[in-house]
Design a protein. Structure first.
Length: 528
């Protein structure tokens, strides 16, 4: 632990949180606790303002809580703080258009950061750590100023030790009270590293950088005249650098002096610009892909239509020949006709499967609570009615509930249980099981069968369209069903995988996002 961390602990580095209407009110404190940040949850604006008086490292507040009364309370409390203090305020915005509350938040007397929801955990952590880091530097700078008053030697030690560039300037005004120049009264060693200006003490900025932008004079002149501190980022073209600056009045108002703490952020700004460019390119690429997908979907439907017309014609001819010429056609030829007609039906089924697979890319799940056990029982009943002579037992755990799209999850169960039904068809007594287990705290659903199984070396082929295992060559199928299942599961934020062994059956596992374990008493029902 550094000396500053030891000194500025407790109330000085805690985060005050006011999220009375937020879904994040429970999760955010846990996130802060995980990274070692103390958080105090406030129930009301009165409690927030009272806690501010006891010290704080940052404030986190949601947009909906920024009523005029809360804003007035914050201003009243923060305006009374010393000039070196600029409390970081993190405002969590609702998704959508900017509101008046969001605009008013920027006028609060602190270092305001607006964060649009939903916010990623790593982004929130980075913002909080940055805010507390800034607050820690303010306390360090406060100590440096106090040390200056107590001891010049101690002041020099602290003044020269900080990594940030630091200087004290005297702002020069003309007869009309317009700031026209400023002179460097003090600079620390990091000042030269951050600016490249050598021996600046005692010299004016116009001597050192004649073409410096006017906004630098305006900002420092306003701080010297009003005493209001200011945090900003600006580029100095002549120095070829961007700076993150915090400036405040130093000394008595009549001295027109300003203390400036700053960092060279040129590299960071370049990285941000590159990220912005990459994001813009990504958006453009996504639009291109979306357009290509629409064209591909149109193409799929056109091809399906063009393929089905001749297939249906061939099927009709096969039926017509059998009807009109049945007495004149040999048994062998009838067999050929039957095989041809069956191929037509298979091709039609394949086209339907391909179209269904294509549509899955555009369907967004409609989440609701569904009873997977009841849905599995329905699929099992349908399979039994199709082949009543089969000796296959279904072991389906009752009471399995989940959040998901009922229609899409029915497709999942139809495919997985249908696969198990197909591959247990040659067993004397088939067994198909549907249940749920907990894996790493996540509800994981499974379909298990005692069929021929498969080699795990081939597991990566299971969910690839048209890829069929060598062990599946004796079973009908197009290789589309499992690919469709995988797409639906991914749309639900989950994943699917399979485990198997030749001769010992197969198990397909799937999750539906990061849900909790559903209520289930673990009862199993069988269909004999």
């Amino acid at each position: 632990m550094t000396s500053s961390e030891a000194l500025y602990g407790g109330n000085d580095m805690r985060v005050l949180v006011l999220l009375p209407k937020s879904r994040d009110a429970e999760s955010i404190p846990r996130v802060l606790e995980e990274i070692g940040v103390a958080a105090t949850m406030c129930e009301s604006r009165e409690e927030l303002c009272a806690e501010l008086g006891r010290g704080a490292g940052a404030v986190m507040i949601e947009e909906q809580a920024l009523s005029p009364l809360v804003g007035a309370c914050l201003r009243g409390t923060l305006d009374s703080q010393p000039s070196w203090s600029e409390l970081p305020i993190i405002v969590l915005l609702g998704h959508g258009q900017e509101t008046k509350a969001a605009r008013d938040a920027l006028l609060l007397p602190g270092d305001v950061t607006l964060v649009e929801r939903p916010v990623r955990v790593n982004t929130l952590v980075a913002i909080v750590r940055s805010a507390l880091g800034s607050r820690r530097r303010q306390y360090l700078l406060r100590d440096q100023m106090q040390a200056l008053a107590r001891s010049e030697s101690r002041y020099r030690t602290l003044f020269n030790s900080i990594d940030e560039g630091f200087c004290i300037i005297e702002v020069i005004f003309d007869d009309n009270e317009k700031p026209i120049d400023y002179r460097f009264l003090e600079t620390n060693p990091s000042f030269e590293k951050q600016t490249g200006l050598v021996n600046a003490k005692g010299k004016s900025i116009r001597e050192l950088v004649p073409k410096l932008e006017e906004y630098w004079y305006e900002i420092y002149g306003r701080i010297a005249a009003t005493g209001e501190p200011h945090r900003f980022q600006n580029r100095a073209e002549e120095l070829h650098a961007w700076y993150d600056v915090y400036a405040f009045r130093f000394g008595q108002p009549g001295e027109r002096q300003v203390a400036v703490l700053f960092n060279d952020i040129t590299e960071r700004r370049g990285a941000e610009a590159e990220i912005d460019k990459l994001n813009a390119d990504l958006v453009a690429r996504a639009a291109e892909l979306e357009e290509a997908n629409r064209g591909l979907e149109t193409f799929n439907y056109a091809i399906a239509h063009d393929l089905r017309n001749p297939l249906n014609l061939i099927g009709s001819y096969c039926q017509l020949i059998e009807t009109l010429c049945g007495d004149q056609v040999s048994e062998e030829c009838k067999g050929y006709l039957e095989k041809s007609y069956q191929k037509v039906l298979n091709m039609n089924q394949l086209i339907s499967a391909l179209l269904e697979f294509s549509q899955m890319a555009h369907i967004e799940p409609r989440l609701e609570k569904v009873d997977l056990s009841t849905m599995a029982q329905k699929t099992a009943s349908d399979l039994r009615q199709a082949e009543p002579g089969r000796r296959t037992a279904f072991l389906i755990t009752s009471g399995i509930l989940a959040n998901g799209d009922q229609n899409l999850l029915q497709v999942v169960l139809d495919n997985l249980l249908g696969n198990a039904w197909k591959y247990t068809g040659r067993q004397e007594e088939g067994v198909i099981e549907f249940g749920v287990v907990e894996i790493q705290g996540v509800a994981t659903y499974f379909v298990r069968d005692n069929g021929p199984g498969f080699n795990m070396a081939d597991a990566d082929k299971l969910f690839t369209p048209f890829k069929r295992l060598s062990s599946a060559k004796d079973f009908q199928g197009h290789g589309i069903g499992l690919a469709t299942v995988e797409r639906i599961i991914h749309h639900h934020g989950g994943r699917i995988w399979a485990e198997g062994e030749p001769g010992k059956g197969a198990t397909f596992y799937f999750t539906l996002g990061l849900g909790e374990m559903p209520d289930s008493e673990g009862r199993k029902g069988g269909i004999s």
